[in-house]
Ligand binder design. Structure first.
Ligand SMILES: [Zn+2]
Length: 145
């Protein structure tokens, strides 16, 4: 009987341990990798003699804020396609992605909100088509209330 008791105790301990570790694990290293061994004091995956390519967390994506150097304007990004960037606002249009620098990365919530707003725009807009395609690609089940 004491065996059973011990097993339960060990199980509870493991669960508490996992719960304690999760938040630390979620913190990314300076290259944006939450699973990098440098978190534990080892050599960083992205440094040293044979570094890996860092994750591209600074890639510009929908809902990010960017600065467009040629026009001096700040935009909210509608979408990025290859080396072109489409902005939110009117008239719709695109600029060279290389002319844009990231000002503020959107949160997942902001990204999601903008995708849904763009998907609701009237028919013949590239941004609406993009947003509908991206939302559809997630295979999200319809909202059931
Ligand atoms: Zn690292």
């Amino acid at each position: 009987m004491s065996n059973t008791h011990d097993l339960f105790a060990v199980g509870a301990q493991v669960e508490r341990g996992v719960g304690r570790l999760e938040p630390e694990r979620a913190k990314a290293c300076k290259y944006g990798d939450p699973l990098c061994p440098c978190q534990d004091g080892d050599m960083c995956h992205y440094e040293g003699p044979n570094p890996m390519t860092p994750p591209t967390i600074d890639d510009i994506d929908t809902a990010d804020h960017v600065h467009h150097a040629p026009s001096g304007e700040d935009w909210v990004v509608a979408y990025v396609a290859a080396d072109r960037l489409a902005w939110c606002g009117w008239p719709q249009g695109q600029a060279a992605l290389a002319d844009c620098t990231l000002l503020k990365k959107a949160t997942p919530g902001e990204l999601d909100k903008l995708l849904r707003e763009m998907a609701d725009m009237d028919g013949n807009d590239m941004r609406a088509a993009y947003a509908r395609g991206r939302l559809a690609a997630r295979h999200e089940p319809p909202n059931v209330i």
